[in-house]
Write a protein that binds this ligand. Structure first.
Ligand code: C2E
Ligand code: CA
Ligand code: CA
Length: 641
């Protein structure tokens, strides 16, 4: 018996010592002033004081028979022990709910229940000197438990299991390191509690708890892996994990993302790149606006601030305040620089309802227009649609979701079928039929335009071969080429390869290219066109009149046909000036000895307007919209060619 007292004394003293060391360590480390940190410190204090109480009790207990002073001291320390220890489980639960981010989520009803449970336990412990419901000490100074202690245990168990359940709910938002740590240290604590419950004289519970808390301190409170070394803010890992937690717990929030668009921030005197310093300056500025632990640096020059319980207007107001700060220069060592920001304000989960979309958005948001620095509301939908289209394009190539439509072209003389333009479509399972105006620019951006254009060319060749167009009265099928693709080395060989494999005559393919702006690219384009023309392909200039229309360059290009854009035709119908432009464009192209196709023909009136001007070919909804292959073949059959 005496040995067990000694052991209890040692365990209690150790628990107290461990917790006090942890408190000192936490302070020395200066861990961020989050409520979570304060609650953790509270847990340490509870166990430390409990340990102190038990140490004193263990010291004086053997003297109780002889000294009334010892009896009094033991009574006080036991009383204090119960008073403090009863608060441990509710405090632990509250701490875990902060760690998991659930605290925003607890409804008023549950809050009430937690409060009542805590009060019941504490009232039992605090009123014990009068009621003796929790424990009593008999006239022989023997300690006896009473039913009240069982109730306190049950309430503690409820809080403990609530905390564990909460952890499991947010499990996937914890890193593997944190998960294993939580399991190991919870197990140690649990074991200690069970031991003491079974052998009440083996007072090991507090020590187990102090070991458990040390583990929590090493694993959860230690946020070294969550901190950005340069700015001291939370890093990308912390952002992804926290945001995942908020999604799992369905906690609504506003995210304001700030990107500094100035890629190099060069100091005037030293010629050094001051990116790091600029980031630090911006980080300190952001800290004046918001609590440090809700600001993250998620990438180079990119920050995210998370706000809870703000309205859209309030979030926008904060975003504008940040923008205004960027109107003024930033002081970096020996120079003042203006930094160019873009800001995005998102309501989560209303606008971004999953982690992937959110991360994509914060990583890649870009203002469409140079001068638009603040993105919110509808802008986000557009960016998200862009991301959905990117996914749709890459999946579509693998899953055969692209389809080539054909829009017939006609000779103006006798309105006889001339051929068709191949126009690509993309079937998306959720967004439906997508049009090239929307997805071609995206495909160009992500480098998948080559694959799409190859697919179209292969399909066109296949159709020409299968339907034997060469020996029927079909002149050519027009295929659009992206200028980006055309500029790539080896392009001519690549195209030759595809068409030669199909075994069709090259003159059946009429490539359409659009004007490009730079003089250099004209030269490359010219040489590619010449090479392909030597092979026997035909060439058209698309969308004449929409761009720069460099006449000299146009005249120097070896083209078969110029396609006049629909806007020129439509303007000609609307105004005299428009008509003059159309008429003169046609005259000039004729002088260059090129054929002319006018697109966008929608009415008989327009044809009447074009006939006297001497264009060669027509294309437009008047004849047919772009249609699937089967429908186009029907048109070919009906035309009797
Ligand atoms: P584009 O080459 O100027 O193609 C003509 C566009 O005008 C087609 O739109 C067609 O549906 C539309 N159109 C034709 N006639 C009329 C008309 O009478 N009225 C009106 N309102 N519109 C008419 P679509 O199919 O949406 O194609 C848009 C653009 O996408 C094309 O413009 C072309 O630049 C590009 N594109 C389409 N297919 C491909 C492709 O396979 N590869 C590449 N690189 N670009 C393509
Ligand atoms: Ca075209
Ligand atoms: Ca066109």
């Amino acid at each position: 018996m005496y040995d067990l007292y000694n052991l209890s004394f040692a365990f209690a003293a150790c628990a107290s010592f461990v917790c006090l060391s942890n408190i000192i360590f936490t302070h020395v480390q200066g861990r961020m002033g989050k409520t979570q940190n304060k609650l953790f410190e509270l847990l340490l204090w509870i166990v430390a004081l409990n340990g102190a109480c038990n140490t004193v009790t263990a010291l004086y207990a053997p003297m109780m028979e002889t000294s009334s002073k010892a009896v009094m001291i033991c009574n006080i320390t036991r009383y204090l022990y119960f008073a403090f220890h009863t608060a441990l489980a509710p405090a632990f639960f509250f701490y875990i709910s902060h760690v998991c981010g659930r605290v925003f989520k607890v409804g008023p009803r549950n809050r009430y229940i937690y409060f009542i449970l805590t009060i019941i336990a504490e009232v039992l412990a605090l009123t014990n000197p009068f009621t003796k419901w929790v424990y009593l000490v008999d006239e022989n100074n023997e300690f006896h438990r009473n039913w009240g202690e069982m109730i306190i245990y049950v309430i503690s168990a409820v809080f403990f299991f609530l905390a564990v359940a909460m952890l499991f709910k947010t499990w996937s938002a914890l890193t593997v390191k944190r998960r294993t740590g939580m399991i190991i240290f919870s197990a140690i604590t649990f074991l200690g509690i069970v031991c003491q419950l079974l052998y009440s004289n083996f007072r090991v519970e507090l020590f187990a708890e102090s070991v458990g808390l040390t583990g929590v301190m090493m694993i959860i409170e230690n946020e070294d892996d969550r901190i950005d070394n340069e700015t001291g803010l939370y890093n990308r890992l912390a952002f992804v994990m926290d945001l995942q937690g908020y999604f799992l717990n369905k906690i609504p929030l506003h995210a304001i993302s700030l990107r500094i668009n100035t890629p190099e921030i060069i100091s005037r005197k030293r010629g050094a790149d001051n990116r790091e310093l600029a980031e630090k300056k911006v980080a300190s500025y952001l800290e004046t606006l918001h609590k440090k632990y809700n600001i993250y640096k998620i990438g180079r020059r990119t920050f995210v601030l998370l706000f809870f319980k703000k309205t859209d207007e309030e979030a926008l107001q904060i975003a504008n305040t940040i923008l205004e700060r960027f109107d003024r220069p930033w002081h970096l060592v020996d120079t003042f620089v203006l930094l160019s920001p873009s800001i995005l304000v998102a309501d989560i989960p209303r606008q971004l309802d999953n982690l992937n979309d959110a991360i994509y958005m914060f990583d890649s948001f870009k203002p469409e227009k140079e001068n638009k620095k603040l993105l919110s509301g509808d802008d986000l939908d557009n960016i998200l649609r862009g991301s959905a289209i990117e996914k749709s394009i890459s999946n579509g190539l693998a899953e055969g979701k692209f389809e080539v439509f054909f829009q017939p072209t006609y000779n103006i003389d006798g309105r006889k079928l001339h051929g068709a333009e191949a126009l690509v479509r993309l079937h998306d399972d959720t967004m439906g039929l997508l049009y090239p105006d929307e997805f071609i620019p995206v495909a160009e951006n992500i480098g998948l335009i080559d694959a799409i254009d190859d697919f179209v060319l292969i399909e066109v060749c296949k159709m020409i071969k299968e339907e034997n167009f060469e020996n029927r009265d079909i002149d050519c099928i027009n295929v659009n080429l992206s200028v980006i693709q055309l500029m790539k080395p080896g392009f001519v060989e690549h195209i030759n390869g595809i068409v030669e494999t199909s075994g069709i005559d090259k003159k059946m393919i009429n490539f359409e290219v659009t004007e490009s702006l730079s003089a250099d690219s004209y030269e490359i384009m010219n040489s590619v066109i010449n090479d392909l023309k030597k092979e026997g392909f035909l060439f058209s200039m698309d969308d004449y009149g929409t761009g720069y229309s460099n006449m000299k360059a146009l005249a120097s290009m070896n083209l078969d046909c110029i396609k006049i854009d629909k806007s020129i035709l439509w303007e000609a119908q609307k105004s005299d000036l428009g008509f003059i432009i159309l008429e003169n464009s046609i005259r000039m192209i004729h002088q260059m000895k090129r054929d002319i196709l006018v697109e966008g023909v929608e009415t008989e009136e327009q044809i009447k307007l074009l006939e006297p001007l001497g264009v060669n070919y027509l294309q437009g909804f008047y004849f047919s919209k772009p249609v699937p292959k089967d429908k186009f073949l029907e048109i070919v059959r009906e035309a009797g060619v």
